[in-house]
Design a protein around this ligand. Sequence first.
Ligand code: FAD
Ligand code: EPU
Length: 348
Amino acid sequence: MNRTCVMTTSLTPFHTFHLPVNARKIISVSTKEALRDEWLLATQAGELVLILGQGSNMLFLDDFDGTVLLNRLLGIALSENDDFYFLHVGGGENWHQLVEWSLDQGIGGLENLALIPGCAGSAPIQNIGAYGVEFESLCDFVEVMDLRSGEVFQLSREACQFGYRESVFKHQYRDHFAIIRIGLKLPKAWKPVLNYGSLAQFDPENVTPRQIFTEVCAVRSAKLPNPNEFGNAGSFFKNPIVPLADFQRILAAYPNVPHYPQADGSVKLPAGWLIDQCQLKGFQIGGAGVHTQQALVLINKGDATGQDVLALATHVRRQVREKFGVDIHPEVRFMGKVGEVDSEQVTR
Ligand code: FAD
Ligand code: EPU
């Protein structure tokens, strides 16, 4: 079976905010042919189509007036040469299970990216990153299908134009393209990345990928809410990168501001800290709240609507702008009734 029509139109279980929203139709596809066929069928019938992985970076503001195609293209192929392991992974594989699977094979390299929800095929889109590692550094290629023509092609790491939570898949290859497979290239000469927080406790000469994995899972579980308990989409905003002069102004008033200098002289500031300084932890609008352990995460307290989360995000953004003169930008993708909504504009 290459496609399954899901017997519900409720999107609640198919995104991690778990908001009460519906689509017209939800179809799970497990081959690239089925993905294309369903996309063509729907678009030729004049319907809107949304491709979804696990919905862990989505805010639905409303019911979606179209067909949702769930990417469930599976399969992992492993090969190697003298220096590298190569993993070719179906876009619908679960990212965290892939990390665990690679460790079970004795392959290091993915451990810092443990417990990130979502599909492997979604990882390149915002260049997922955590604990000092970004997808970019593991990427060999991303395989894409042009849904209009059916053409399948591979983009090299350079062609993906990765940046901080950025890639070509948010721009040139955003509409009518689907990521169907990714290629990872992991050096056999594994080197631990230990520059983030509590990972610095490990001895680089003796630490194992499994130890890093376990520590990353422990830190994440302590800070980030489990979406099955409180719906959320991880960091709601990106960490802002500000000119040096703005940073110096903030530093003068807040000498303990955490900060990450960038190669070009600008400075990245933690949005979670900025929001926290506005005393917004626990602040609620309707059923949406600012997480009490991590201010960068907005949560569904149980009965939130997309509009509650939108109102909260707008308030948070305004408060930060007012207090620090810094604009923070949503990381989460917003979906409205008829397509993607400009998250910048609607939270202004
Ligand atoms: P979805 O949310 O389903 O989709 C995201 C966007 O990509 C949508 O616009 C969708 O239409 C599009 N899309 C999905 N699949 C395809 C495809 N195959 N082809 C083309 N377009 C597609 N992110 C990090 O970077 N670091 C973290 O540490 C992190 N922690 C998180 C913690 C929690 C608790 C949660 C809930 C989220 C976290 N995230 C993090 C965000 C999220 O996990 C990532 O953005 C993830 O890659 C999203 O995958 P997904 O399959 O759920 O994508
Ligand atoms: N902080 C506070 N108060 C808070 C939250 C954070 O003071 O409420 C401070 C922390 O003490 C720390 C700094 O802000 O000094 C940074 O916090 P943290 O280490 O928790 O990381 P983050 O910048 O909030 C980023 C990513 C996460 C990723 C972690 C770990 C972004 C937008 N977020 O969060 O990614 O898991 O680092 O690397 O870059 C995601 O993208 O969804 C996501 C969860």
